[in-house]
Write a protein that binds this ligand. Structure first.
Ligand code: FAD
Ligand code: NAI
Length: 470
């Protein structure tokens, strides 16, 4: 490697990039990671997964105290919101975890090249005025908020914000309008609703949470409505005007029609994210992006240019931290000559609302379509959380587990859960699917009692029509 500075140079230190860098170094490769942010960890640790969960968790406690759930269990408290402290614990969580990655880089001898990288050739990049040559370059530059024309985000003003601004609001808005009924809108909308805001979600499609199972989307909408969120479905925002400390939005039916206005103290723009490739000078490396701005790779994460690899939010697939991490590990292993594989058919996804919403594998609609549109080729078992002893005892009756299996082989094709700990429960379903389990395998696996997970066993039993508790 005489004239290379590194065996592996990773661009971006998010869950994809930092994990790839650590795994490459563990495998004995001389590794560097370029990151322009002041701290490592990417979107996820700095402004995504971690700070949002810190606010979700804290606001759950607040609502349990303020909303009467604690009083119902004999704990009477009158909570007072100290938003400064709540933000403080969020920042502490971020600081602790991003600092932890810096420690892991040092421990594994990964060089952090501080600055934004851009290609100067197919095996070289420039970072902070210095050029580095690497035998392998992994692009892990992640994604950024998709802008909405006519609705300009200004996180500093705090009136029209994106997810980063919505994590940091200095006070609870009177009325928050969320544009986009996807994961970010529902999670961050839930945070501020629990803390006292009236929340209206404006969604372009006829239902929230696109991509999820149809039953789940309907049930989730019902639950969030019951919690007090307002929904304007089949509606698009065509413009926004900031007047002092308020925003006035113009809305129209998605299919066209009369416009109406809606006033908000805070508007959250959460209509999706797009891959970060601007500023990389991809042309210098001979790379292009597809129509969606993503970098295409093969199954091993190789791009069209030999020696350049790509992983995480910048490549096609769900924009999820665990997917990026697994791709990071597999990509580093492939570079080291091992066989790194990610099973993209079994990537769980979780919405961290109350209750949580989780899924893995196919939706019922996808399973039926894959079976050639024949409903009879797919078997479905459902079990309501209301009939699960632990959920009932904990006063958590909302939701269900749905197991979708192939009618002939009984192999599990997908599992969907709405339950308070759905994010934890879904791991079992993912593992079962990874091992090629049938619904009968799950139904005959002993589950501890009383746990929410018993609902997965009963839903699996329901696939062949024999649950015990309903
Ligand atoms: P990123 O985490 O985006 O990291 C890319 C890094 O590359 C960034 O730090 C960026 O500064 C750096 N970079 C970009 N260009 C360059 C360059 N030219 N040179 C050097 N560095 C560069 N996912 C989940 O699975 N669970 C969750 O709970 C979850 N919650 C989320 C909440 C919010 C509010 C948001 C916004 C996202 C959330 N996500 C969640 C999604 C998750 O954050 C992303 O899927 C994940 O971070 C993608 O990882 P990545 O490594 O591909 O990219
Ligand atoms: P999203 O893709 O989840 O949802 C965007 C929503 O906005 C969709 O329902 C879409 O129909 C709607 N929309 C699009 N244009 C619109 C318009 N003009 N007007 C009204 N509605 C419109 O995107 P979101 O919530 O921004 O999240 C981005 C990514 O971040 C997601 O891909 C998600 O995977 C990731 N993420 C993951 C989390 C998790 O795993 N818990 C948490 C937060 C984000």
């Amino acid at each position: 490697m005489a004239d290379y500075d590194y065996d592996v140079l990773v661009i971006g230190a998010g869950p994809g990039g930092y994990v790839a860098a650590i795994r490459a170094a563990q495998l004995g490769l001389k590794t560097a990671c370029a990151e322009g942010r002041e701290t490592l960890g990417g979107t996820c640790l700095n402004v995504g997964c971690i700070p949002s969960k810190a606010m979700l968790h804290a606001s759950e406690y607040f609502e349990a105290a303020a909303g009467g759930a604690m009083a119902a269990m004999g704990i009477k408290v009158t909570p007072e919101l100290d938003l400064g402290t709540m933000h403080g614990q969020r920042k502490d969580a971020v600081k602790g975890l991003t600092g932890g990655i810096e420690f892991l880089f040092k421990k594994n001898k990964v060089d952090w090249l501080k600055g934004y990288a851009q290609f100067t050739g197919k095996d070289s990049v420039e970072v902070a005025g210095k050029t580095y040559r690497a035998k392998n370059i992994i692009i892990a530059t992640g994604s950024s908020v998709t802008p909405l024309p006519g609705v300009a985000v200004d996180n500093d003003k705090g009136v029209i914000v994106d997810s980063t601004g919505a994590l940091e609001l200095a006070k609870v808005p009177g009325h928050m309008v969320v544009i986009g009924g996807g994961v970010i809108g529902l999670e961050l909308g839930s945070v501020w609703r629990r803390l006292g805001a009236k929340v209206t979600v404006v969604e372009f499609l006829d239902q929230i949470l696109p991509g999820m199972d149809g039953d789940v989307r309907k049930e989730a909408n019902k639950i969030f409505k019951k919690q007090g969120m307002d929904f304007k479905l089949k509606t698009k925002v065509t413009g926004a005007e900031v007047k002092g400390k308020k925003a006035v939005l113009t809305l129209e039916p998605a299919a066209g029609g009369d416009a109406e206005t809606l006033e908000a103290d805070v508007v959250l723009v959460s209509i999706g994210r797009c891959p970060n490739t601007d500023g990389l000078a991809l042309d210098k490396a001979g790379l292009t992006t597809n129509q969606r701005g993503q970098i295409e790779t093969d199954h091993d994460f190789r791009t069209a240019v030999d020696g350049i690899w790509a992983i995480g939010d910048v490549v096609p697939g769900p924009m999820l931290a665990h997917k990026a991490e697994d791709e990071g590990i597999a990509c580093a292993e492939n570079i080291a000559g091992l066989t790194g594989i990610v099973n993209h058919d079994v990537i769980p996804s979780v919405v961290y609302t109350w209750p949580e919403i989780a899924g893995v594998g196919l939706t019922e609609e996808q399973a039926v379509e894959k079976a050639g549109g024949e409903k009879g080729d797919v078997k479905v078992g459902k079990f309501p959380m209301l009939a699960n002893s632990r959920a009932k005892t904990n006063h958590e009756p909302d939701g269900f587990v749905k197991v979708i299996a192939d009618a002939k082989s009984d192999r599990v094709l997908g599992v969907w859960i709405i339950a308070v700990p759905a994010g934890t429960m879904i791991a079992q379903a993912a593992q079962a699917m990874e091992f090629g389990a049938t619904s009968e395998d799950i139904a005959y696996t002993c589950h501890a009692h009383p746990t929410h997970s018993e609902a997965i066993k009963e839903a699996a039993m329901a696939v062949t029509g024999k649950p015990i508790h309903i």
